[in-house]
Design a protein around this ligand. Structure first.
Ligand SMILES: Nc1nc2c(ncn2[C@@H]2O[C@H](COP(=O)(O)OP(=O)(O)OP(=O)(O)O)[C@@H](O)[C@H]2O)c(=O)[nH]1
Ligand SMILES: [Zn+2]
Length: 353
């Protein structure tokens, strides 16, 4: 059974070392869609989506109709093929499966390839560390959960999530919890120029319908500091998560055993035009969110209209307040940027620092 090695935890595999080097050294300015290595074609492979990883075993959801032998939607347990030993495979990845894909008791399938990713959320151990770790693949949105109080909200932390989202090409959303404890508006002022959708949540008065509108038909990764109420929110949105994933302990993030990997949970979004369900990816146990791998080009992806202006800046311009002849200041002065634009410049400058 050579294809059953005791795999390492995926979180420990530095993506950068194994990534396609052309991706890392020649970033595409228009998008950030790192390619995954193409494996030899397995024509009979079944495509599934990773919903969780635990000690080298992947939970893979195979959609209805994707597997001719088992047409119903079903969950498969899989291990990586030996040749993918050093490749990071994370929650949200779409993978090619061969072998026993029935999902039957005790069955084990084999992952032989990864489909191209649309987005890839990464972090480094700390800001000086350029080695990136992949966290979540193919997320469309990032819901940043922050509390109005207890713990005290920090602008810088939200900025860091925003940078990671923009760098990954993921649309950020902001949910401020515990608005029953403190007025969130002064804090939210800092993000007013960004045009990030904001949800305000209180205990027992969560804006579930509005969040469901945003989740419908999308894959949304939830991030937030411990204690902000992320689990409370996810429980309210995904009350039957253990049924959807087929695992115990994957619902709340509480009582989860040592695995710190992300899990995908299906949220019902009934009656929404964009879809009757949406995927929520919970990211427990992420203590640090290092941005050592992020470049200013990555941040500028969230500011396309400003990126166009910056083309006219002097060579080597830092685009900060004190930068001589920065085109951003010129555009504010001559009205090409209105008040909203000026506020976005302020945000961009904060993120670039
Ligand atoms: N007052 C108030 N308390 C809340 C609200 N949302 C969550 N809480 C409480 O805040 C505490 C932390 O909530 P959790 O949902 O466990 O927070 P978490 O972000 O998942 O934190 P970890 O489990 O540490 O990752 C709990 O005691 C919740 O009952 C809210 O809107 N208002
Ligand atoms: Zn400039």
């Amino acid at each position: 059974m050579s294809w059953l090695p005791p795999d390492d935890e995926d979180e420990d595999v530095p993506y950068g070392e194994y990534a396609d080097h052309t991706v890392r050294t020649r970033p595409n300015p228009k998008a950030n869609k790192p390619r995954t290595k193409r494996r030899p074609e397995h024509t009979d492979a079944v495509i599934g989506t990773i919903t969780g990883v635990d000690r080298g075993r992947y939970s893979v959801l195979v959609a209805a109709g994707a597997d001719p032998e088992t047409p119903k939607e079903h969950e498969v347990t899989a291990a990586r093929a030996r040749e993918l030993r050093k490749t990071s495979i994370v929650t949200g990845d779409r993978v090619q499966l061969v072998g026993d894909t029935s999902g039957g008791e005790g069955s084990l399938s084999r992952i032989v390839g990864i489909e191209d990713r649309t987005t890839l959320l990464r972090r480094s151990a700390d800001d000086s560390d350029r080695v990136e770790r992949v966290m979540v693949a193919n997320a469309d949105q990032m819901l940043i959960v922050v509390a109005a109080a207890d713990p005290e909200p920090r602008v810088r932390l939200v900025d860091r999530y925003l940078v990671a989202a923009y760098d990954a090409g993921i649309q950020p959303l902001l949910c401020i919890t515990k608005v029953d404890l403190a007025d969130p508006e002064p804090f939210l002022e800092h993000f007013a120029g960004l045009e990030v959708p904001v949800f305000r949540s209180a205990m027992g008065d969560e804006p579930l319908a509005a969040i469901q509108d945003a989740l419908a038909g999308q894959t949304t990764v939830f991030v937030g500091h411990s204690g902000v109420g992320k689990s409370t929110l996810i429980n309210a949105l995904v009350p039957d998560a253990d049924r959807a994933t087929g695992h115990v302990n994957m619902v709340t993030g509480r009582g989860r055993h040592t695995s710190s990997s992300s899990v995908a949970l299906r949220a019902q979004t009934p009656g929404r035009e964009r879809g009757e369900t949406g995927w929520v990816i919970d990211t427990p146990g992420v203590r640090s969110f290092g941005l050592g791998h992020v470049t200013s080009d990555g941040i500028l992806r969230g500011f396309t209209e400003l990126a166009a202006l910056i083309e006219a800046c002097p060579r080597g311009c830092s685009h900060q307040d004190d930068a001589p002849d920065c085109e951003l200041d010129a555009a504010i002065a001559d009205g090409r940027l209105d008040a909203t634009g000026a506020s976005r410049v302020e945000s961009l400058r904060r993120l670039l620092k």
